[in-house]
Design a protein around this ligand. Structure first.
Ligand code: FAD
Ligand code: NAP
Length: 324
């Protein structure tokens, strides 16, 4: 079985992972970065990014392709693999990829980000891939001239709803409260869009449709105060209720909080295991932005560099002190 040893193993290829890779490469640490099943991370499933400093507008996939190129150009070894298990109980840390490749590393930077959350309704599960989606950028094209609903009230839901207006005849945003948490500028665009309607104070209770072939025909939404059910015909349902940290790999080995976010020391990316650093959405339940993820990726690389330097100093000192 093939094996790779590296001073720094970076797991994840979103803004946090690629930024860590740029800094670690420029520190001559020859990092290995494992991309996972979503090379480029969450920004590859969106369109316009308007808050990345230096670009008043850039397409998410383009921004991430540029980050990948940057990381490669400064010397990062980028591996197309998915880490299925990791052992953080002793150094060097070891990991195994889906490819069968095994890895060992003196330090690890975890940048596995977050994944879309689902409501957990049986009917949502039944129609996943047949009209129920968590990615308008990926699936919006199929709804040209059709009616769709979007569930949620954050930035993602509002952006998804606006994006879907490019294709759909009508977009209904269903939100469980009477205010959105999305940025004001996005709310303004949503409320002024002629194709958009908002159904306030409602929760999705069921997706219904045909079974053979499977296809969505509508949703039932429940009024949160009265319990009354509203039936809306539609062809597609986009669930945009946030993201959960991708911490399954390490949940039993590192301290986590707030439903799985990896705990880091305040003002740092150090986790509960020395030599293991966490950056980006995996550890951030507050900001969850590309730029903050990139910032944490930078911090993680600088902290990993200092950690490796201190460990190698200790190793150099050890024999001398035994002699003395
Ligand atoms: P992610 O981008 O989540 O990347 C995680 C990486 O880890 C992926 O490459 C994945 O393949 C990899 N990975 C996961 N598990 C493993 C494993 N076991 N082995 C190997 N690799 C693994 N933020 C903004 O600032 N501006 C925006 O306009 C904006 N728009 C957004 C639009 C949408 C639709 C979404 C969903 C998010 C948006 N965000 C935006 C938020 C932003 O995308 C995230 O904050 C950011 O991508 C987090 O970066 P990250 O590096 O922590 O992780
Ligand atoms: P979010 O901000 O956590 O919003 C999730 C939304 O879904 C909330 O409105 C929430 O309702 C609703 N929700 C959660 N669980 C629900 C349930 N079980 N049933 C019904 N509704 C439910 O998530 P997000 O919008 O995906 O954003 C995640 C992060 O990425 C944020 O930090 C965001 O700023 C960032 N992001 C940024 C941009 C941008 O900068 N343009 C774009 C996209 C995402 P409540 O409001 O009632 O809690």
């Amino acid at each position: 079985m093939a094996h790779k040893h590296t001073k720094i193993l970076i797991i994840g290829s979103g803004p946090a992972g690629y930024t860590a890779a740029v800094y670690a490469s420029r520190a001559m640490l020859q990092p290995v970065l494992v991309q996972g099943i979503q090379p480029g991370g969450q920004l590859t499933i969106t369109t316009e990014v308007e808050n990345w400093p230096g670009d008043s507008m850039v397409q998410g996939p383009e921004l991430m392709a540029r980050m990948e190129t940057h990381a490669r150009e400064v010397g990062t070894e980028i591996v197309s693999d998915y880490i299925q298990s990791i052992d953080l109980s002793h150094r060097p840390f070891t990991a195994t990829g889906d490819s069968g490749l095994t890895y060992s590393a003196d330090a690890v930077i975890l940048a596995t980000g977050a994944q879309a959350r689902w409501l957990g309704l049986p009917s949502e599960e039944a129609f996943k891939g047949f009209g129920v989606s968590a990615c308008a950028t990926c699936d919006g094209f199929f709804y040209r001239g059709k009616q769709v609903v979007v569930i949620g009230g954050g930035n993602t839901a509002v952006e998804e709803a606006l994006f879907l207006t490019n294709f759909a005849a009508k977009v209904t945003l269903i939100h469980r409260r009477d205010t959105l948490r999305a940025e004001k500028i996005l709310q303004h665009r949503l409320f002024n869009h002629p194709k958009v309607e908002v159904l306030w104070n409602h929760e999705l209770s069921e997706v219904f449709g045909s079974r053979n072939p499977p296809g969505v025909q509508g949703v039932r939404a429940k009024d949160v105060s009265s319990g009354a059910i509203t039936e809306l015909p539609c062809d597609g349902v986009f669930i945009a209720i946030g993201h959960a940290p991708a911490s399954e790999l390490v949940r039993d080995q590192l301290e986590t909080h707030h439903g799985g976010y990896v705990v880091t020391r305040p003002g740092s990316t150090e986790t509960s295991v020395p030599g293991v650093f966490a950056a980006g959405d995996l550890t951030d339940h507050v900001y969850r932005q590309a730029v903050t993820s990139a910032g944490m990726g930078c911090m993680a690389a600088l902290e990993a560099e200092r950690f490796l330097a201190s460990v190698s100093e200790d190793e150099e000192d050890a024999p001398r002190s035994r002699v003395a």
